[in-house]
Design a protein around this ligand. Structure first.
Ligand code: AHG
Ligand code: MN
Ligand code: MN
Ligand code: MN
Length: 336
């Protein structure tokens, strides 16, 4: 291919997914329709985020969510857009959102075979200061679409068919895996299309960055404390790691995926299950990390093997470069 061929051979996310789908002859195009509706939601949120300051969309919505967090106007707006886009797609039967206390069971006339778990706006605390935020989603296939129940949602992350995130930063980047690798697409605002810009993303086997909120250090357990100490004061003569922590999981994970390293949200005395939510933060990011050649660990087990019992359940998470996660696993193994 010459460079121009790439310029004129526009690989849009829709075309990419259709190519993927042709590998599954049994599929009827439903996944592509579902994905197109998720992409529509991301385009809407991207434009709302970009003009939030102007459109008086920053600030609080004056409500608190089931997490006990004060909802931002953009949290609520993004959630409504995604719920409506997913329900109207006619391809979903259950939705779980960070911003809704209960799961949404789609009415029979609009019911499809997919379950979508999502964090409509991740990193909300960063909205008002203009730091990158994002949307995170995971997709399961329902077992029995006649009478879908919560059991269909409380599945281990390894049962997900697909997962991804969209980051609203200097550019709008959508990173997606449908189970055969990870690909990144960048929104071309002039076309309104996501174009393939990061084909077949593989995370470096080992990185030089650790990413954790050091402000919680006094509450960490032994293995996390010892591991972070080793990052800062390596005994084997290797150089210390750099600390990079943005406070938006999507931004911290995107940097980890591209540059390598490890992202940690450990358990601590105040929150024994850590802070991040299993269904729509831990599972999708762990799915992507494994698909990119990295791994994800809860401190006790492979993150994708976890079986949630509640839809807003939390878990500690250590994810990123294969070798870096191996190392913290050895600290936890030694602690048993
Ligand atoms: P959300 O904005 O969807 O509630 O998620 C915020 C999460 C995640 O984005 C980030 O990694 C983490 O909160 C940061 O937590 P701390 O501020 O406690 O470090
Ligand atoms: Mn929140
Ligand atoms: Mn979040
Ligand atoms: Mn959120």
């Amino acid at each position: 291919h010459s460079a121009d061929a790439h310029r004129t051979d526009l690989m849009t996310i829709t075309r990419f997914v259709l190519n993927e789908q042709s590998k599954h002859p049994e599929s009827r195009g439903d996944f592509t329709i579902l994905l197109n509706n998720i992409v529509l939601g991301c385009k809407f949120v991207c434009s709302a985020v970009n003009k939030a300051g102007l459109a008086k969309l920053i600030g609080l919505a004056g409500e608190t969510n089931v997490q006990g967090e004060e909802q931002k106007k953009l949290d609520v707006l993004s959630n409504e857009v995604f719920v409506k886009a997913l329900v109207s797609s006619g391809r979903t039967c259950i939705l779980v959102s960070e911003e809704d206390e209960e799961a949404t069971f789609v009415e029979p006339s609009l019911r499809g075979r997919y379950i979508v778990v999502f964090d409509p706006l991740d990193g909300s605390s960063n909205i008002d200061c203009g730091v990158s935020i994002g949307t995170i989603f995971g997709i399961y296939m329902v077992k029995d679409s006649h009478e879908p129940t919560l059991d269909d949602v409380l599945q281990p992350g390894k049962s997900m068919l697909a997962a991804g995130y969209c980051m609203y930063g200097s550019s709008c980047t959508l990173v997606l895996s449908t189970g055969s690798g990870v690909n990144g697409f960048t929104l071309d605002p002039s076309l309104g299309e996501f174009i393939l810009t990061h084909p077949d993303i593989k995370i470096p086997k080992k990185g030089k960055i650790y990413s954790v909120n050091e402000g919680n250090a006094k509450n960490w357990d032994g293995p996390t404390t010892n591991y972070v100490e080793k990052c800062k004061f390596p005994k084997d003569g290797s150089s210390a790691k750099s600390l990079r922590y943005i406070g938006s999981m999507v931004a911290d994970v995107h940097r980890t995926l591209l540059y390598g390293g490890i992202f940690l949200y450990p358990a601590d005395k105040k929150s024994p299950n850590g802070k991040l939510r299993v269904l729509y933060e831990v599972f999708p990011m762990s799915f992507l990390m494994e698909q990119a050649g990295g791994q994800a660990f809860t401190g006790k087990q492979r993150a994708l093997d976890l079986v949630p019992t509640k839809i807003h359940e939390r878990s500690p998470i250590f994810l990123g470069s294969y070798d870096d996660v191996e190392e913290i696993k050895s600290f936890y193994a030694a602690d048993e």
